[in-house]
Design a protein around this ligand. Structure first.
Ligand SMILES: *Cc1c(COP(=O)(O)O)cnc(C)c1O
Length: 477
């Protein structure tokens, strides 16, 4: 094994990285074998004990144990204690198994460590990033004259930047008011808070979608500038707000429109599914994540803007990174492309993935997940022990309850749903999410949430999961 202080470098130092990488690969496999399931069994206490044991009592020992021991022991315990999205029963969140090609590309990025805040730290990486953002901007805005996109750490940062740009656009007319649905992601409210905006007007969404008539009513009553936030792929249900109608209403009131398509945006890669996002091109700004439907390692977010001119508000000069004379002499100015300074080349893994799979290849994976969700929903409908939330299926999200939860009063029923989820987490046999959503009678109830984002599992593989949920419910009821 190499000296402990060997640096990562693309050349030289013999096989330093090759040796270390093979230790990591073996340890990943060893840990997964120890776990044998989507989640470590025994709950937080058991995991904490195992991690502490592997750390040997000291996170920072006085004298180091060397790279091989450290990598082997900590990677093994990391893998043994992982919620593993490559396991088909790990379906709680928008938490995906990254494509191997993307993880390998990210490794290259880690070795070279380009930082995207100045050209002299990222010459090729910045050109690749530009290519990726151009393509994604054109995907969202195929007919716009001057669309643009920037790389973000994900939907949270994209939403923050979108509201910042809306605030700056409205600078002359007063503080912008955010109008969003109760179905909006929590990062919208937090972004408004961070930006010093008034509290958002939160519109009730009885059926999980943002109702355009309600937005219209709110905008009629507001006097100052507004930004309407619609969601394409809600966190709880995967539903897409009625974008064409919301776009019309926002336009009629002169409001900025932001579409949070962190989940649903990549449907645009698919000819078959892009129609579900009709109207998105009317948005001023769009959040779009590729660490969900896109199978990138976190982080991999994008904010697309219909007109690049709004980005000028972000430009900033720091003499050591983008001095005016350097920029005039032809060195690209990258600093205004993010709120961050040092920044990983997240576009690199995206570029490698796009080149490896092509648009059609990415679309096939997305179509597979949508189809798997439809089949999964049908299997829930056919299962005697389970009931699906009535109504349309979200992009790849299905909500269900064991029938025992319907036998009791609502409070007891919801408690059973929560208990089933925690029981499976404790056993380490399945990782299911939870969501509160309206039932057929309008009553809001707790559901188990299954988010189907594994690009290589089939609906039939979930028969065992449905039986497991049902068996657990009868055990706990
Ligand atoms: C995931 C998600 C977010 C948050 O994105 P991060 O990438 O986790 O920061 C915001 N909005 C929606 C609709 C999401 O699905």
């Amino acid at each position: 094994m190499a000296p402990v202080d060997a640096v990562a470098a693309p050349a030289g130092f013999g096989n330093v990285l090759r040796d270390m990488t093979s230790v990591v690969l073996d340890a990943l496999a060893e840990g997964a074998e120890q776990r044998h399931g989507p989640l470590p069994a025994g709950g937080p206490g058991a995991v904490t004990r195992r991690v502490h044991a592997a750390l040997g009592g000291a996170v920072l020992p006085e004298h180091g144990d060397g790279p091989e021991t450290a990598l082997r022991e900590l990677t093994t315990v990391l893998s043994a204690g992982a919620a593993d999205p490559s396991d088909p029963y790990c379906v709680a969140h928008l938490h995906v198994p990254p494509l191997a090609v993307a993880a390998a590309a990210d490794f290259a990025a880690s070795v070279l460590n380009p930082s995207m805040d100045s050209w002299d730290q990222a010459p090729a990486a910045s050109v690749i990033e530009q290519g990726v953002t151009d393509v994604l901007a054109a995907l969202v805005y195929p007919r716009a004259a001057r669309p643009d996109a920037v790389i973000t750490s994900g939907g949270t940062e994209s939403n923050l930047m979108a509201l910042l740009l809306a605030r700056e656009q409205a600078r002359a007319t007063g503080p912008v008011r955010v109008v969003c649905g109760a179905n909006a992601h929590h990062s919208i409210g937090r972004a408004a808070w961070l930006l010093g905006l008034p509290d958002p007007v939160v519109v009730d969404c009885p059926h999980g979608h943002l109702p355009p008539e309600s937005v219209d009513r709110v905008l009629r009553e507001l006097s100052g500038p507004a930004v309407v936030v619609a969601t394409a792929g809600t966190t709880d249900e995967g539903l897409i707000d009625p974008l064409p109608r919301l776009a019309e209403i926002a336009a009629a009131h002169g409001a900025h429109l932001h579409v949070d398509a962190a989940y649903g945006g990549p449907l645009l890669f698919s000819d078959e599914l892009a129609g579900r996002l009709a109207g998105i091109e009317a948005a001023d700004t769009v959040s779009f994540d590729l660490h969900k439907l896109g199978w990138q390692p976190v982080a991999s977010g994008i904010l697309a803007v219909r007109d690049a001119s709004v980005m000028t508000r972000l430009s900033i000069e720091a003499d050591y990174l983008n001095a005016a004379d350097d920029t005039e002499a032809g060195l690209p100015d990258l600093l205004g492309r993010s709120l961050r300074t040092s920044r990983r080349p997240d576009a690199f893994k995206i570029a490698v993935t796009m080149r490896a799979l092509g648009r059609r290849g990415i679309a096939l994976l997305i179509e597979h997940c949508v189809r798997t969700a439809e089949r999964f929903a049908a299997a829930v409908d056919a299962h005697p022990g389970l009931r699906r939330r009535p109504g349309e299926i979200g992009i790849s999200t299905v909500l269900l309850r064991p029938i025992e939860a319907d036998w009791a009063d609502d409070h007891t029923g919801d408690k059973l749903v929560a208990a089933v989820r925690r029981h499976l987490l404790h056993e380490g046999t399945a990782v299911l999410g939870r969501a509160i959503a309206a039932d057929a009678d309008g009553q809001r109830r707790l559901w188990l949430k299954v988010t189907l984002l594994h690009p290589r599992t089939d609906a039939e593989q979930f028969d065992g999961l449905l039986d497991l949920i049902s068996r657990t419910a009868s055990l706990l009821a």
